[in-house]
Design a protein around this ligand. Structure first.
Ligand code: IMP
Length: 192
């Protein structure tokens, strides 16, 4: 099945571009960057990624009447008991580089640098259903930032099986193993 129009319910252009690559041509004839149709801002008041993804997908579906895909995601660092997790985008108010500095500061001297990205995806088809899936990508936090692709914590995340950060790897490599991709694969399987 293929949607005619699909809204990607995010205000983050980096995330939107990634979704566009991950989704490809087979899932929707047209994908729409949410801010192009409304100034809606959804407060992320959920206690889990899944709750927040569902809040966003449903709110955008209500406003537009169109099928909407939303995600909520975060970086979970083992030595920090899973922080910054749900608060990955808000742990420090500022730029991505400020949050990366915060993370490296918290991990100074830490030998165990294992971490994973987690994502929940919610697909809301108005009047029909809301589907939720989750995906993960495990790796390690580098000692210094490297690379300029991507967004968020990409410059310090080295996925398992690679020696480069997500920000150094080509986007097609990231998009073949990422938490969002893994969650999207489950979504396709659930729909089918
Ligand atoms: P939200 O899902 O928009 O609430 O934000 C999640 C935050 O987690 C982002 O702003 C990033 O800081 C971080 N994050 C989630 N996925 C990624 C990723 O693929 N690369 C880098 N950072 C990510």
């Amino acid at each position: 099945m293929k949607f005619r129009k699909l809204i990607i319910a995010t205000g983050n252009k980096g995330k939107y571009s990634e979704f566009a690559d991950i989704i490809g041509d087979g899932f929707a004839e047209e994908i729409i960057f949410a801010p192009e149709i409304s100034g809606l801002a959804v407060e992320e008041t959920g206690r889990t990624y899944a709750e927040n993804a569902m809040l966003k997908a449903r709110a955008w579906a209500d406003v537009s009447g169109l099928p909407c895909l939303a995600d909520d995601s975060g970086l979970e660092v083992l030595a920090l008991d899973g922080a910054p997790g749900l608060y990955s985008a808000r742990v420090i108010i500022g730029a991505d580089t400020d949050r990366v500095s915060w993370l490296l500061g918290r991990l100074e001297g830490a030998a165990d640098r294992r971490a994973r990205f987690a994502a929940s995806l919610a697909l809301c088809v108005p009047g029909e259903y809301t589907l939720i899936t989750e995906g993960y990508c495990t790796g390690n936090i580098a000692h210094t930032p490297a690379g300029s692709n991507g967004f968020g914590y990409d410059s310090v995340f080295v996925p398992d099986g690679y020696e480069l950060t997500f920000a150094q790897l080509p986007s097609d490599v990231k998009n073949s193993i990422s938490h969002r991709t893994n969650a999207f694969r489950k979504l396709i399987a659930a729909i089918q």
